[in-house]
Write a protein that binds this ligand. Sequence first.
Ligand SMILES: *Cc1c(COP(=O)(O)O)cnc(C)c1O
Length: 389
Amino acid sequence: MKKEKYFQLNQAAVEALAEKYGTPLLVLSLEQIEKNYNLLRTHMPRVKVFYAIKANPHRRILELMRDLGSNFDVASDGEIMGLASLGVDGSRMIYANPMKTVNGLRACRNAGVGKMTFDSAGEIDKMARECPGATALLRIRIDNSSAHVDLNKKFGAGREQALELLQKAKAAGLDAAGIAFHVGSQTTSADPYLNALDIAREIFEEAAANGMQLRIMDIGGGFPIPEPKVRFNLTEMLKQINARLDEDFPGVEIWCEPGRFICGTAVNLITSVIGVTERGGQPWYFLDDGLYGTFSGVLFDQWDFKLISFKEGEQVAATFAGPSCDSLDIMFRGKMTVRQEEGDLILVPICGAYTSASATTFNGFSKANFVVWEDVKGEVPDASPAKEQ
Ligand SMILES: *Cc1c(COP(=O)(O)O)cnc(C)c1O
């Protein structure tokens, strides 16, 4: 696989930023966000991007994506109103939560959001009542046990119900316009997308045979970012998906909903070792960020973060724990690392998706501060952060 460059601070930058802003500190690269967005646009030129903001709703990311012309995937009244307050028009949002709240639908009405997804008959009535005439895509279930996080365990109508649900939506006065799916987060091969597109195409044909011309195909999110011990070829993956779209969905409007892919590689965490102890012959390192904070992704997203130390030496298996008084607050056991001491800094690259978004202030620990790299790099001695990794 071709080596890609991702935003990764060097030692001088980490030390200078930790000194100036304290830790735990999240450093966001807007340039990396823009690169990620452009990469999808380049490889899938027909595809309209809806950024799934739940992965990282930091205001600066939303403002940049707004200015780049992106659209947004939202799932709640809070996300809709948040974007509206940043000046994003409702026509640029899709309410892609198949199970919607009345508050969410009312926020759609207020903000002018007319696109949504559904996967059950009960939702049809709700949408027709609260947002008459809305454009509704049927979310279908896809089997993909290889996904890192398989959303199909919770969402999606079965293939056999598809036509009936689409017809029902149309009969209720909705604009039943197409199909949506989500292959599952961090999907590292094109196959699940291609399988899903096969099913969607069947439904398009079945609908056409019954007098319904579907016109929108939403291929969801799931596009992968680098992960320890996982190999994939992103450009090849996108090429295959794009080729299939051209072959099987000519003239159809194509949407996608990337979350992780847009923000995952754009954030670095700098965290400090606050204490060291030894238990059962293994070193334990306590960090100032933990499972209730940025590392919430370990729990909610089953993510294995890479920890970078700027020290040299023999690698030992260690336990890494967070700062709270809860015994659940342990991020990694048996993680290989050089020996650490109190005050040492650890850099966690690729820390932007499903991290700060699900952080809490449990036990009185503040969430990690955020700085934007492009705002602060002038303050750092050697401001060349990115390197091969
Ligand atoms: C979470 C979510 C996404 C984003 O998924 P990623 O795997 O982060 O790309 C997109 N669409 C829907 C409906 C989601 O729930």
